[in-house]
Design a protein around this ligand. Structure first.
Ligand code: FAD
Length: 286
């Protein structure tokens, strides 16, 4: 089934996983996948290194394994460091394996890697994938503006190009303040962006994540969030439970506000995914 059709039936609930490091065998993710699949998400997306990480081969294998388990896979595909021939090879292999859903991305610009100019923006890749005629295509979007964009107006205009090129649905960057999402959704609607928008939710459940968030993630941290993280940062169990509770609160509010879907950044942590799934199963289906 194509993901775009599920939005017509219900609030979509999906997961994201990332492949293991290239120095680890692929099997290290199998038990995680088994547990996540048992939670019956509408689909599971698999991230794909934008170049240089060397673990992108795993992404196709993981997506195939998800498909074999009866769950719809979505393959992320960043383009900025790949030639058209490499993108073609990935799409052909995806098609041969029956993977019908692609999250088309530019990928972050790595200052140490000269970008390949075959596809400069995600919209270029979407236009290209569309010519294949056999994929459902998603795109990324940024409730707090993409860091490369001058401002929100420019970013939304560019987002509209992505949708006009053929994106069937959008998934947001993580955010911790739902008001950013609501404002963004309204601006997108005013700009004529009328495809479903899934909200990307990241449960922050350990200290490493907090540190990474502060240094690398553009998402703003509301005072309520900072208070909770500061209070429990030295108590791993309490921090985990507080992170789960915070994510559940976000999801309940989003669903009550008519969100099209929730995309859970699971961080390959099935315990956290299970706790959240159990807490929201009644409201997602209601
Ligand atoms: P684009 O849509 O190309 O946008 C990038 C910038 O260019 C923006 O500032 C935009 O305003 C501007 N722009 C866009 N189109 C045009 C245009 N036509 N003309 C002029 N300017 C334009 N990265 C990975 O490497 N692997 C992954 O698996 C991965 N998964 C992700 C999943 C999600 C849900 C999200 C939100 C991000 C993910 N990323 C991933 C990160 C993503 O690759 C980066 O955020 C990247 O910097 C931008 O990708 P994009 O597809 O949004 O780019």
């Amino acid at each position: 089934m194509r993901i775009k059709d599920i939005f017509k039936e219900k609030t979509v609930f999906s997961f994201e996983v990332f492949p293991p490091k290239k120095t680890s065998p692929i099997e290290v993710i199998y038990s995680t996948l088994d547990e996540l699949q048992g939670l019956h998400p509408d689909f599971i997306s698999v991230t794909f290194g934008a170049g240089g990480s060397g673990n992108s081969r795993y992404a196709l294998d993981i997506a195939s394994r998800i498909k074999d388990s009866g769950i719809i896979p979505m393959l992320h595909l960043p383009c900025i460091n790949f030639t058209k021939a490499e993108i073609d090879a990935a799409l052909t292999e995806a098609q041969q394996r029956g993977i019908e859903n692609i999250l088309a991305l530019r990928g972050d610009i790595n200052p140490d890697i000269e970008p390949v100019e075959d596809f400069r923006h995600a919209s270029d890749l979407i236009t290209y994938i569309k010519t294949k005629g056999c994929f459902d295509i998603a795109g990324a979007c940024y409730p707090e503006c993409h860091p490369d964009a001058e401002n929100m107006v420019e970013d939304i205009i560019n987002l509209r190009k992505k949708v006009e090129a053929g994106a069937d649905h959008l998934i947001t960057q993580l955010f911790f303040d739902n008001d950013h999402f609501y404002e963004f959704r309204e601006k997108a609607a005013i700009a004529g962006i009328n495809v479903p928008i899934e909200a990307g939710i990241m449960p922050v459940v350990n200290k490493n994540q907090i540190e990474r968030m502060v240094t690398t993630c553009g998402a703003s941290l509301p005072s309520k969030f900072v208070r909770i993280m500061t209070k429990y940062e030295h108590n791993p169990e309490a921090l985990r439970d507080a992170g789960i509770a915070y994510a559940v609160n976000q999801i309940v509010d989003l669903v009550a506000s008519g969100v099209d879907g929730i995309h859970l950044y699971t961080m390959n942590n099935p315990y956290v995914a299970r706790k959240i799934s159990e807490a929201v199963s009644g409201i997602i289906g209601a």
